[in-house]
Design a protein around this ligand. Structure first.
Ligand code: DOR
Ligand code: ZN
Ligand code: ZN
Length: 419
């Protein structure tokens, strides 16, 4: 056995003391006692699958002053995330085969974690050309950062059909653009008025009417939507900012994001629903904008908040406070995304890739943006309690040790890797 990791293992939602044996990058045995050439004994610390973030914006190409794959993946790694799926609203957008191939070449060799690339197009032919290299199709029903928009039922139906024929997962930014009002908002409350929950409800209702079973609804902000998606056979994704921040957070333009932060009661209801397992996946929607851009007056500041590095640390500290079961977190942050996007990760099980994260429940710290790794230079969670991973393995390789990066940029495109 190449390596044995011993500690409190999270298996089927329960913690038990045991050993994970690793050979050729995969989990080859899970037993109470195992012998191995190299051993890492982490004692009482928690050993769980590393997370997979199904929703990040790493901004390459075109906006690399905000982020790129080097810094974005470094942030992911420090946050216990070893697989990310990147969104297509870059400049140029990932909306045609040539742009996708350029992006693949550009990011190759620069990522510390495994990744997949989403595409966006309303042209079936282009989707055909991109499908072999794409992690999924993204549909924007509401306008937000970038120029991608498709809010027409006929076109959406056609693209979903095509994606299904090509066996390509579909994720939707579900805000009905026709229910969003233009104009200059000057506060989080006004931004919410311009993009009301009804825009989200209606988009999801329309998807349900299109019989879009199997489609994933991104960044759900309201607990009602978790019920609507489940009833229609769609999956759902919730993001840390909608679980932890609301219109009362006092962040001003820092909290400007689409879909918007909702009122405190709605946020609490969303958290409770996620904590009882009603959300399929957790996705950071890591949308870094530079600290100087976010400091603009509200109407001019771009929408989006960073989150890939703080997602698991914040949720692990919620687990520690008893607000969220660890098994529920592991299901939505690790197992569910890996299953949905066909990556053999996300569970401590024989045959899975050895992507593991070790957390020490006795070591929490407060978030300090100056110590995070995104280029954006700020965090909406400054000062909050967080439990960062002490150790991260990816494919059996030690990528992070004592909370510090120690590996190389060995991240692979999930469409290239022979997993
Ligand atoms: O607030 C947002 N920012 N919502 C999105 O859907 C896109 C994102 C971005 O890319 O900045
Ligand atoms: Zn979105
Ligand atoms: Zn997004």
């Amino acid at each position: 056995m190449d390596l044995v990791l011993e500690g409190r293992l999270l298996i089927n939602g329960e913690l038990t003391q045991g050993c994970v044996g690793i050979d050729n990058g995969r989990i080859s045995a899970v037993k109470k006692v195992l012998r191995g050439d190299r051993r890492i004994d982490v004692g009482y610390r928690i050993v769980m699958p590393a997370a997979m973030d199904p929703h990040v914006h790493f901004r390459q190409p075109g906006m690399t002053h905000k982020e790129d794959f080097h810094t974005g993946s470094l942030a992911a790694l420090h946050g216990g995330v070893t697989t990310v799926l990147d969104m297509p609203n870059t400049n140029p957008p990932t909306d045609r085969p040539r742009n996708l191939m350029d992006k693949r070449r550009m990011v190759k060799g620069s990522s510390f974690v495994d990744y997949g690339l989403f595409v966006a197009t309303s042209m079936p032919r282009r989707l055909e050309g991109m499908a072999p290299y794409a992690a999924g199709l993204k549909i924007f029903m509401g306008s937000t950062t970038g120029s991608l928009l498709d809010n027409d039922d006929g076109s959406i139906r056609q693209m979903i059909n095509k994606a299904m024929e090509l066996d390509l997962p579909v994720s939707v930014h579900a805000e009905d653009d026709s229910l969003i009002t233009e104009g200059e908002a000057s506060s989080l409350k006004e931004h919410l008025q311009q993009r009301p929950a009804e825009a989200e409800f209606n988009a999801v209702r329309r998807l349900a009417a299109l019989r879009a079973a199997g489609v994933n609804v991104c960044h759900v902000t309201r607990s009602e939507v978790l019920d609507m998606t489940a009833a229609a056979g769609m999956s759902s994704e919730v993001s840390p900012h909608h679980l932890l921040l609301d219109t009362g957070c006092g962040l001003g333009s820092g909290g400007k994001v689409n879909p918007p932060l909702r009122q405190p009661q709605a946020r609490e209801a969303l958290f409770r629903a996620a904590a009882v397992g009603k959300a399929t996946m957790l996705g950071s929607d890591h949308a870094p904008h530079h600290v100087d851009e976010k400091a603009e007056e509200f109407a001019l500041a771009p929408s989006g908040v960073p989150g890939v590095e703080t997602m698991m640390p914040l949720m692990m500290s919620a687990v520690k406070r008893g607000e969220l079961p660890l098994g529920t977190l592991a299901e939505m942050a690790c197992a569910a995304p890996a299953r949905r996007f066909g990556v053999p990760k996300g569970a401590i099980e024989e045959g899975m890739l050895a992507d593991l994260a070790v957390y020490d429940p006795r070591e929490t710290e407060t978030i300090d943006a100056s110590r995070l790794h995104s280029k954006c230079g700020w965090s909406p969670y400054e000062g909050r309690e967080a439990m960062f991973p002490r150790l991260v393995l990816m494919g059996g390789e030690l990528q992070l040790s004592r909370g510090e990066v120690c590996g190389e940029r060995i991240g692979r495109d999930i469409k290239d890797a022979t997993f």
